[in-house]
Ligand binder design. Structure first.
Ligand code: HEC
Ligand code: HEC
Ligand code: HEC
Ligand code: HEC
Length: 151
């Protein structure tokens, strides 16, 4: 192999490194942990135990799509797409009522954090169970399945 050819190869390899390794090494890329312990700081006092949520399994194994849970609405349409920044649910759903939240006005219910979690999590679980009772016999739909009793 000629010396010039090797130089060309070296330059190519360098460029590939810049192109392919550059962006993926960016420090500001946001990655979700495999398991998230949900215990939101909007509530200074929690009446229920924290919820262990396997983010990775929901996204990779359970068939959940990012947009089933992540959204940014513009003119009533979800414009969030994979790669966009993810804000905490409570950055938008910041209405803190945990007792009688279903008696709030419609607008406040939409902003209520407890309903945001319950409608999203339970909503999907209940819908799947309704569709296929056998396959989803163990999907959490009761309080203790998500909020285990404190020991
Ligand atoms: C079943 C629901 C669900 C699915 C599906 C889902 N996520 Fe999430 N994701 C969550 C919840 C809940 C949080 C935590 C939000 C909070 O703490 O307020 C989260 C957090 C995140 C975070 C922020 C982590 C942090 O600590 O800042 C990122 C990034 C993220 N998700 C990306 C994704 C991507 C990309 C997909 C699709 C491949 C996806 N999620 C699919 C529910 C989901
Ligand atoms: C950027 C702000 C924002 C973030 C972040 C956000 N939401 Fe929402 N969410 C909204 C808005 C606005 C609506 C109302 C959309 C409409 O007009 O129908 C909504 C609607 C909902 C609804 C349906 C409303 C209902 O009454 O049932 C659920 C459930 C929900 N969000 C759950 C979540 C969860 C869970 C998270 C975190 C994983 C989250 N949201 C993050 C702004 C946000
Ligand atoms: C788009 C549908 C969907 C949404 C939204 C969803 N889940 Fe699930 N979840 C599933 C499926 C599917 C399974 C697996 C059930 C099975 O195979 O028995 C599951 C299983 C679980 C389990 C038991 C197994 C495990 O991984 O620990 C927990 C706990 C759970 N989900 C919590 C949550 C929480 C908390 C949220 C809201 C932040 C949520 N889920 C939102 C579909 C969903
Ligand atoms: C599919 C999972 C799921 C099920 C089932 C579920 N929850 Fe939750 N719940 C959540 C998540 C996630 C949060 C947010 C947890 C946090 O930030 O502390 C939450 C928050 C709450 C909160 C407000 C936070 C607190 O600690 O005071 C209350 C109260 C609550 N749930 C009660 C219940 C009750 C009662 C039931 C049964 C009727 C129930 N939940 C069933 C997932 C679930």
């Amino acid at each position: 192999m000629g010396k010039r050819f090797l130089t060309v190869l070296a330059v190519l390899a360098f460029l590939c490194g810049v192109v392919f390794l550059g962006p993926s090494g960016a420090a500001d890329e946001q990655k979700a942990p495999d398991v998230i312990i949900i215990q939101d700081a909007l509530w200074s006092k929690h009446t229920k135990s924290p919820v262990k949520f396997s983010h990775k399994k929901h996204a990779d194994e359970y068939g959940g799509k990012c947009v089933d849970c992540h959204h940014v609405y513009k003119d009533g349409k979800n414009t969030w797409k994979e790669g966009d920044k993810v804000q905490k649910c409570s950055e938008c759903h910041n209405e803190p009522t945990i007792k009688g939240e279903k008696k709030l006005s419609k607008d406040k219910q939409t902003l209520n954090l407890k309903l945001a979690f319950h409608n999203n999590c339970q909503g999907c679980h209940k819908e799947l169970k309704k569709k296929d009772k056998q396959k989803y016999a163990d999907i959490p739909t009761t309080c203790v399945k998500c909020h285990p009793k404190k020991k």
